[in-house]
Design a protein around this ligand. Structure first.
Ligand code: PEP
Ligand code: MN
Length: 455
């Protein structure tokens, strides 16, 4: 192994590997351990996907959001798949995120931090280890980084080679994302371009009209002699749930500048609702890396959990270090959240609060689809803003499952997607995503809320 990738300080090494002494849930049961060791050795010498300096910049951006001076827009698939890592699909997702960010920037007059659930979001926690179909029971699908979706024993076996494929798919996805966001595509003078190729609908029309206003403002500024270098490119960060130690640990490297460990698999890593047990491996491992860390908080979270998470993940009270991603459900957020935002006061930590209005609002439709009602999603977002307004705390961002494609997975929206429609245009292998139009509609709602918050 090249020297520079190896942690040599024994204390750092011991700290990073301490998670191995703790219980870890939701881990694969790889069949071939020899193969697994080979894969991990290979991963540990492959180039980093992101760089420590970028991670540090993101941390300072998130600190701005926690202080009410920026807003985080995080979105993407529930689970990325190998076959869908195509140029068209990646471009549509990036375009959708850029459009949403534009609506938010314009509505709030604040910088919007753009972040994909992309280039690494390929491992899923599951409520059950198995799935039964027609009397046949096989291991549950755990994301393309672990096994295949196809319902055969061969495909559902946990195959370590998939970790390498996840790495290479993430690398090519990130390469394209970087090209799109720095190579001219994200130029603010192309705001109309981002809307092209999407079907006509009310949200797109509203977007077009906003893009027209921005165009006029840019032409006015250009006529006044302004320099637009800043408009040409945009920062774009990638994030995923840090679930698999066999992926995250080999990609964790010691930065030669600071001597500290960074998980180079993505800029921002979050811990899921199912793996945030205080004395378990995920919290311990994430506490040792320098990346900004998110933690999902469901409706049963208690004030003491929040305080303990702060002690473990933000012991130095570092701005931008910790993000709480609340996913309470529309019917619960107004009850469940106030005591949590109060619990943080007086700890000295200033975590970023963002809302995930997706994961607390799951339903099963009468025709058997996993779905979410767009109205519930909107209502949870409103509840999130209400709670923060009442508490005097900062609503700092939004975390969404979305796709740029014209799918029908969530019910409602101005296109009024109904249950029957799900049978034609449901593509997600995991959770239902907002489609392009629903995503834009949501962005307009959040922009209004942000505008109100400023008044
Ligand atoms: C997810 O983000 O896809 C997820 C599984 O969320 P949670 O941990 O909040 O259930
Ligand atoms: Mn999900």
């Amino acid at each position: 192994m090249p020297e520079k990738y190896v942690a040599t300080d024994p204390a750092v090494v011991a700290g990073l590997d301490n998670y191995k002494n703790l219980p870890a849930v939701q881990q694969p049961t790889w069949l071939d351990q020899v193969e697994l060791e080979r894969v991990k050795a290979e991963l540990s010498i492959l180039p980093p996907l992101v760089f420590a300096g970028e991670v540090d910049t993101l941390r300072s951006r998130l600190a701005d959001a926690a202080a009410g001076k920026a807003f985080l827009m995080q979105g993407g698939d529930c689970a990325e798949t190998f076959v869908d890592a195509t140029a068209d699909r990646i471009r549509n997702r990036v375009k959708t995120l850029l459009q949403m960010a534009l609506v938010l920037t314009y509505g709030s007059s604040m910088p919007v931090i753009k972040m994909g659930r992309m280039a690494g979001q390929m491992a899923k926690p599951r409520s059950s280890n198995d799935e039964t179909r027609d009397g046949v029971t096989l291991p549950a699908y755990r994301g393309d980084a672990v096994n295949g979706y196809e319902f055969t024993a061969e495909s559902r076996a946990h195959d370590p080679q998939r970790l390498l494929k996840a790495y290479h798919t993430s690398a090519s996805t990130l390469n394209l994302v970087r090209a799109f966001t720095t190579g001219g595509f994200a130029d603010l003078r192309s705001v109309h371009e981002w809307n092209k190729g999407f079907a006509d609908n009310p949200a797109n029309a509203r977007y077009e009209s906003l893009a027209g206003e921005i165009d006029r403002a840019i032409k006015f500024m250009a006529a006044c002699g302004a320099d637009f270098n800043e408009l040409r490119t945009t920062e774009f960060y990638v994030s995923h749930e840090g679930l698999l130690f066999d992926y995250e640990r080999p990609l964790t490297r010691i930065d030669s500048r600071t001597g500290l460990p960074y998980d180079t698999s993505g800029h921002f890593i979050w811990i899921g609702e199912r793996t945030r047990q205080l004395d378990h491996a995920h919290i311990d491992f994430m506490s040792k890396i320098r990346n900004p860390i998110g933690v999902k908080l469901g409706p049963n979270t208690q004030p003491d959990d929040v305080r303990e998470l702060i002690e473990r993940l933000d012991p130095n009270r570092e701005p931008g270090r910790l993000t709480f991603i609340t996913r309470m459900g529309a019917g619960k957020i107004r009850e469940a959240m106030p005591k949590l935002v109060e619990a943080v006061k007086g700890t000295g930590s200033n975590p970023l609060w963002i809302t995930d209005p997706m994961h607390g609002n799951g339903i099963t439709t009468s025709n058997g689809y996993k779905s979410r009602r767009f109205d519930d999603v909107m209502d949870e977002v409103r509840g999130f803003f209400e709670v923060h307004r009442a508490a005097g705390t900062v609503p700092g961002g939004i975390h969404i499952e979305l796709t740029g494609d014209d799918v029908a997975e969530c019910l409602g929206g101005s296109e009024q997607i109904n249950e029957a429609e799900l049978e034609n245009r449901y593509e997600s292998l995991c959770d239902p995503r907002l489609n392009h139009m629903q995503s834009l509609e949501l962005a307009f709602l959040v922009a209004e809320e942000l505008g109100n918050a400023k008044k």
